[in-house]
Design a protein around this ligand. Structure first.
Ligand SMILES: [Zn+2]
Length: 231
């Protein structure tokens, strides 16, 4: 037994860990979910389904190579609690672990579509400063350990001066969204198949703006992967 294992085991004697999903069942300190929560996570299977609901979000908007989400996002269920822990409770290791789950789903499709690099969806700089990390970057780290696909954190950035969206028309909103993001090194994306990685996809408006910007600047293809998808 390694020293860190012993310390973890001793800590467990005094501080039993509780499942991050149900907040009821005990788990070992090296785990995040009990077996019950793990086996009932709402997997989408989208990675094996073309024209899946995430891809359909982008139909008639921006050409996407493929899109997939690992889980359905359901309020008041383990997946929502896990995402909350990663975003607001500084559970960075949990973020990487969830990224590894994504990596296992995505490994085959990354190979068959020859993905070159992943870019985490950038947070607003103020939010990133407050949080100290970007949860999408943690997901990328986890995915990389499984797929060996690299990522770049500073290639795509969110600009600081962005106006409120509410009083604009749909077209104005879209133009505004497309000005929200900048690419810091266009040479690094030319002729590359890029995967944008996000935590939760709802309308896909921000990811679409990034995808459009990347294609305009010379990326050969853009795909979109998220941890969860809101129905
Ligand atoms: Zn549980």
């Amino acid at each position: 037994m390694f020293l860190s294992d012993s310390i973890g085991a001793i800590a467990h004697l005094f501080y039993p860990s509780i499942c991050f999903g149900c907040r009821k069942n005990e788990i070992s300190p090296t785990e995040w979910l009990c077996l019950n929560c793990l086996s009932t996570l709402p997997l989408t299977g989208f990675e094996n389904t073309r024209d899946n609901p995430v891809e359909q979000l982008f139909w008639g908007r921006t050409p996407i190579q493929f899109a997939s989400s690992c889980f359905f996002y359901v309020e008041k269920t383990p997946i929502q609690r896990l995402i909350h822990q990663v975003k607001y409770k500084e559970q960075q290791q949990l973020g990487k672990w969830l990224g590894q789950m994504m990596g296992r789903q995505l490994k085959t499709i990354y190979q068959s579509y020859q993905v070159d690099i992943m870019l985490p969806m950038p947070l607003h700089p103020k939010k990133q400063h407050q949080r100290g990390y970007n949860q999408a970057t943690l997901l990328c780290e986890g995915i990389r350990t499984i797929t060996n696909c690299d990522f770049a954190e500073q290639l795509l950035i969110r600009n600081t001066n962005t106006q409120t969206q509410t009083k604009k028309t749909r077209m104005e909103r879209w133009n505004n969204v497309s000005e929200v993001f900048s690419i810091t090194n266009t040479e690094a994306i030319i002729n590359k198949h890029i995967v944008l990685v996000d935590d939760v996809i709802t309308t896909g408006a921000s990811t679409e703006a990034c995808a459009a910007a990347l294609l305009k600047e010379g990326a050969s293809a853009v795909s979109i992967c998220s941890l969860a998808f809101t129905l």
